[in-house]
Design a protein around this ligand. Structure first.
Ligand SMILES: [Zn+2]
Length: 617
């Protein structure tokens, strides 16, 4: 998974004025999802059980799914749960909790039905630390327009029947097309049939139904499908395909032999950011797919940039945890999940690769790579640097560990970097952490998990004692990592640089607000203005009515902020403002708020060979 801290998503609170199925009792689970007759924003799901031999059976929808590391209770979006025998008589049903129902006289059970509500409607969009279902793992029901079928939100499982095959029939409007890595076994334009060998495979295969907008291409033997839902039609699959192709080719080149996936699907859902639309931005990984949710208002440059970071991260999850993982993940319990100790690897090393491959394959330069490392160090500082990473990982569903989860993308990635540097140093530049991951993937694999408590010893035996010492002291232990010490090994030291910050936000605090009565955008008077405001002589209380001849108000304030991210120093700018009751036009230039920030620089030429092996090897 990758969660993105999209500044808008945080700022938003400030201005949000607040049918029949498969037959018989064969040993499969038959499911019908009806996307045609949507009533009150709810979808009818009909399930035919496999042969039940007990008097009572429990049907459950997941409490959590792999990769999210959070408790989401997908069952709470289901209601009106009914069970019937073959003659259509109702059987007694008892709801056990948010996610489970117990059915009596289960030997007579012929089918169950229930209505599913979507999660996108309920997201509050206050950024992190809320209990929303993360949008890329969530569901969307917008009749006739878009259905985000994250299968675990619609389909559950019968207790002790997780290994039974599934046959899922989805009836859908003819105008909508289902994008997925699964193969539709039905020629009809209004129904799709997907079969999977077991429940877990179904959960790993999301489907997005929308007006067909997709591209396909092949990268080194892998078929890639990119499907896009853009509510206003601002973006198409075609418009982002060249960048995706360049990036995924680079990823395949970087990864080498690890990956054997034949088909890979990218499902991109662009949110309008309206109150009843998705607000959790980022993506969730699957072995042959990823679901991505981003705001449609992002300018093209930003969207492509985010897609690069997010999709590459999800794609590298093929290495870990999708190939290399512990028993907790292999034998995942959807309603009583056990967490593994090794988020530093699943999320951290993955995030490190998503940055390293970009410099390795020439998509970014050295300065950009160091800026990213410095950002991660800076962001890790705001989290608990003395919490054991393995303890946090094991207990990530509970507080106080839950709030530290975000550190997997920061400190987790930096752990990956330090291990990479140690291995480079010890092997005279010959090997790095990617070689270690290759070795681990041949040692373990998709069907061969490791024991959580044996991983450090295994890694040490495959590398050097120094790697083992690092893992014990800084990953299991509570000692903060001295990053300067490790970066010095490759001749890299601290430096300062001037960097332009966002115009309308200081950290997470906006410089602008909304006039509750008029819905106009107002300059705040309770915050010291930055260079941009001072240079244009904007005063607290001024209403910004238009910028460069485009009108703005509460309705499209997101557009203003996202567009401002593309403004360059000294660009000409024209504002229409209202001061008191008087409207006036201000013509001037853009002055960006520059701040001095920390970064890194290669300063020791004697280490160049090792540094180049690290970044370009
Ligand atoms: Zn991830």
């Amino acid at each position: 998974m990758k969660k993105i801290l999209y500044t808008l998503a945080l700022a938003v609170t400030l201005w949000s004025c607040k049918t029949g199925s498969t037959s018989g009792k064969s040993n499969i689970v038959g499911v019908n999802i009806n996307l045609v007759d949507v009533k009150d924003d709810k979808v009818l799901v009909t399930v035919t059980p496999p042969k039940i031999k007990t008097d009572e059976i429990i049907y459950s929808i997941p409490k959590t799914v792999p990769g999210t590391y959070s408790t989401d209770n997908y069952g709470k979006y289901s209601e009106d749960f009914k069970a019937f025998d073959v003659k259509g008589n109702a059987l007694t049903v008892k709801r056990l909790d948010d996610n489970s129902w117990s059915i009596s006289n289960a030997k007579a059970l012929a089918k169950i039905t229930y209505l599913v509500n979507d999660t996108f409607d309920t997201e509050k969009g206050t950024g992190f630390g809320n209990d929303d279902v993360f949008s890329p793992a969530g569901t969307n029901i917008k009749a006739g327009v878009n259905f985000m079928v994250n299968t675990h939100g619609f389909v559950g499982y019968f207790k002790d029947n997780l290994e039974v095959p599934y046959k899922v029939t989805i009836t859908h409007p003819e105008t909508l097309w289902g994008a997925t890595s699964m193969t539709d076994e039905d020629a009809s334009n209004t129904s799709d049939i997907f079969t999977t060998s077991r429940y877990a495979v179904l959960v790993e295969n999301p489907i997005m139904y929308s007006k067909p907008d997709y591209t396909t291409f092949n990268v080194n033997g892998m078929d890639i499908l990119i499907a896009v839902y853009s509510p206003t039609g601002k973006y198409t699959a075609e418009s982002i395909t060249p960048e995706m192709k360049t990036m995924m080719t680079a990823q395949k080149n970087f990864l080498g032999k690890v990956n054997a996936t034949k088909k890979y699907t990218v499902l991109l859902y662009l949110s309008s950011m309206a109150k009843d639309d998705a607000h959790g931005f980022g993506a969730l990984e699957h072995p042959t797919a990823t679901t991505v949710v981003l705001p449609e208002s992002m300018p093209k440059e930003k969207l492509v940039e985010s897609m690069k970071d997010v999709v590459s991260h999800e794609f590298f999850h093929i290495v870990t945890p999708l190939t290399i993982h512990s028993k907790e993940i292999q034998y995942f319990d959807y309603n009583a999940p056990q967490m593994s100790e090794h988020l530093w690897m699943y999320e951290g090393v993955t995030e490190y690769f998503a940055n390293l491959f970009q410099i390795n394959q020439g998509l970014i330069d050295e300065a950009e790579f160091y800026t990213r490392i410095a950002d991660k160090i800076e962001q890790a500082k705001s989290l608990d640097d003395t919490m054991s990473f393995t303890v946090m990982s094991k207990n990530v569903l509970e507080q106080p560990y839950k709030d530290q989860y975000l550190n997997v993308y920061q400190k987790g990635a930096l752990i990956g970097m330090c291990i990479d540097i140690i291995i480079r140093e010890k092997s005279n530049g010959e090997k790095g952490i990617l070689d270690l991951m290759h070795k681990l993937s041949s040692e373990y694999g998709i069907e061969k998990p490791f024991n959580d408590d044996e991983l450090f010893a295994k890694i040490t035996s495959l590398t050097y004692p120094e790697v083992g010492e690092f893992l014990n002291k800084y990953v299991k232990g509570t000692t903060p990592i001295p990053y300067d010490f490790y970066l010095a090994k490759v001749g890299v030291t601290k430096a300062r640089e001037k960097k332009a910050g966002p115009i309308f936000l200081k950290g997470q605090t906006p410089y602008i607000t909304i006039d509750k009565q008029t819905k106009e955008i107002a300059v705040r008077s309770d915050i010291e203005p930055n260079e941009f405001f001072k240079n244009l002589n904007l005063k607290g209380g001024d209403k910004i009515l238009a910028v460069n001849n485009k009108a703005y108000s509460l309705e499209n304030i997101y557009d203003l902020i996202t567009e401002s991210e593309t403004w360059k120093e000294n660009d000409p700018i024209t504002l229409k403002v209202k001061r008191g009751t008087k409207e006036e036009t201000i013509k001037g230039t853009v002055k960006l708020p520059f701040e001095e920030t920390e970064t890194f620089k290669a300063t020791d030429a004697s280490k160049d060979k090792l540094k180049n092996a690290w970044l370009k090897g």
